[in-house]
Ligand binder design. Structure first.
Ligand SMILES: O=C(O)CCC(=O)C(=O)O
Ligand SMILES: [Fe+2]
Length: 369
């Protein structure tokens, strides 16, 4: 893709598509002189919808990768051609995702260091997080509820009715099965919330027991497997909204959603799964017959040795996972063998995406102002 000037018009030359003239208003509302945007925050000081609809380009020239424009309203601005092209082509700041199954031979892992959050290593880690849907930090300090500081250095913590962070250990009278020692089958967290937490952090403070292994599954890989091999089942899982519900003494939380949710391009956007708290809608019996068959198949795939990885979190490990893509679980453990104690919390995708764009900008990788 490139930009050319043809008879005083700015034209986008796109080898894979038709060339087209860029509308002068599109360029004009991206002009950033001191009187047009606030230099402290990059925000417009005027309403672009009020610009002259018949605004034209008076003069245009190119030099050294810059596009110089003078508009008919008198505004002149020098654009960096690369940033215009990036803006036109702009997508998510993420590399392509990699679907994985139990053959994944190397879990994306990093050694935590105190000032990691503003480094190029953090940029690479976040890219890995988006590629694989998870990353494990080793040697994260285990004192003073450090997970909160960690979460707030990657993004902004999202408190819930479990608090800012929550303690995953076996307790008497738990309000959630996570706070017991029984096995948890692969699940996404909190599909009953609105909105559903995007990213879960789990920090291992103690893990002295023989059991208590962690499991992870790439829900997107399972969904693609179903799309390819079981068309009807894939369809019903993407069309049927299930109710998820959490109940305790102080609150009843509910939300509805598909086990596999697609976006407008039929790409998998989010998976939801939690056998502890899903309530299937009362559909016509034959529809439910197919839905129950589909749910059984997806459950079997989520728990299968083809898709599930299993590993032990060690003291200081912090697992960061995409709760819209991955399922997690744990094997049961025996409380009499010692302590098992994890701290958990949530952050949202805008945190990590925003951080990724910021680090891209900081290291001159893609994003330019
Ligand atoms: O105990 C574990 O390893 C995980 C518990 C869990 O699923 C959670 O806290 O969301
Ligand atoms: Fe969980």
């Amino acid at each position: 893709m490139k930009i050319e000037i043809v008879k005083n018009n700015v034209v986008l030359v796109n080898p894979s598509n038709k060339n087209f003239e860029i509308h002068p208003l599109w360029l004009r509302e991206r002009a950033k002189t001191d009187n047009l945007v606030d230099k402290h925050n990059d925000q417009r000081l005027y309403d672009p919808s009020q610009l002259d609809q018949n605004l034209k380009i008076k003069k245009a020239s190119m030099s050294n990768g810059h596009l110089n424009i003078e508009f008919t309203d008198g505004i002149k601005f020098e654009y960096e051609v690369d940033s215009l092209l990036y803006e036109i082509d702009r997508k998510e700041p993420l590399d392509k995702i990699i679907f994985w199954d139990s053959k994944l031979n190397k879990k994306p892992t990093a050694i935590y260091k105190k000032d990691i959050f503003e480094t190029k290593a953090m940029y690479d880690l976040l890219q890995n997080f988006y590629k694989y849907g998870f990353v494990i930090f080793k040697n994260v300090p285990t004192e003073d509820n450090y997970i909160v500081e960690f979460a707030n250095s990657v993004g902004t913590i999202r408190p819930t009715n479990f608090g800012e962070s929550f303690s995953v250990k076996s307790v008497p009278k738990p309000n959630d099965l996570a706070y017991t020692s029984i096995a948890l089958t692969p699940h996404t967290d909190n599909p009953y919330r609105k909105p559903i937490p995007c990213i879960q952090l789990l920090h291992c403070i103690e893990n002295e027991v023989k059991g208590g292994f962690s499991t992870l599954v790439d829900g997107f890989a399972v969904a693609e497997h179903l799309r390819k091999n079981y068309k009807d089942i894939f369809k019903i899982l993407t069309k049927t909204k299930v109710r998820f519900r959490f109940v305790d003494k102080t609150i009843i939380l509910e939300n509805w959603g598909e086990l596999i949710e697609l976006d407008e391009n039929n790409k998998v956007k989010q998976v939801r799964y939690s056998t502890r708290l899903d309530y299937v809608p009362a559909l016509e019996k034959n529809d439910l017959k197919l839905f129950y068959e589909a749910r059984k198949l997806i459950a079997d795939l989520y728990a299968s040795s083809k898709f599930e990885i299993k590993f032990k979190l060690e003291k200081g490990d912090l697992l960061m996972m995409d709760n819209h893509r991955l399922l997690h679980g744990r094997t049961s453990y025996d409380v009499s063998e010692g302590k098992r104690y994890l701290k958990g919390c949530y952050i949202d995708h805008d945190s990590t995406e925003g951080k990724l764009r910021h680090l891209e900008r900081k290291f001159g990788l893609k994003w330019k102002k």
